[in-house]
Ligand binder design. Sequence first.
Ligand code: SF4
Length: 250
Amino acid sequence: MCGRGYAGWRGELMAGLQVIEIFDSLQGEGFWTGVPMTFVRLAGCNAPELGLGCVRWCDTPDSWAPESGAEMEPAEILDRAHFPRVCLTGGEPLLQTEGIVALVAEARYRGIKVHLETNGTVEPPAAAARPGPPGEPQAGADTLFDWAVVSPKPPDYLIAQGWDGLIDELKLVADERLEAATAERLAARHPGAIVCIQPVWERGPGPEGRRPPEGRRPPGGSSEARAVRLVMEHPEWRLSLQTHKYLGNR
Ligand code: SF4
């Protein structure tokens, strides 16, 4: 890699990505809640094949089929980024690792930061493929993404070993299968990660399919109550609400 210019990296990393949609919004969840980003939803998800429990409450099943959407080049995707941060989501984005490495290279060249949301089942891209910004040394092993959110799923909440030490945010959905002991085990395994406990959206479709019906509250013993309890019992963790759904945003 030594002696190879950044332009070389960009040229070599030509790989298309299968994209469902690209849209501007505020980050609705987790640490970066409320910050404007351009979201890139990639096609394909391995959760049905792996038997992950999130398929029951997944809010983006239209992203599961790998052939959905359209193939786009990284430059074409980033031409539609209107904010300093792009969030790669899915589906499971890392099913398209080659294209993602190319997109990160192009994003760094343009000065755009890249966030990733993954279910953690796929190993992160190899450090050897990680380009640095123009004029700077090769980036370190932990810097492919500017922010990595890993959200392991029931029943086993498995995270690929390569993620050790690389997770910025650990997002755990508080459905009835999430035990405090599981969350504690994951938090201990990933001590550098901010732990966000997030309720399942239980308020149902409202006007335009997004807003909660006026005055409707989730039933007692709900996922919201479970999430609040978990955070109150672990004050170093934080509650993550899907604020885009409360606001009727995408
Ligand atoms: S991994 Fe994400 S996109 Fe795939 S089924 Fe689970 S929640 Fe949905």
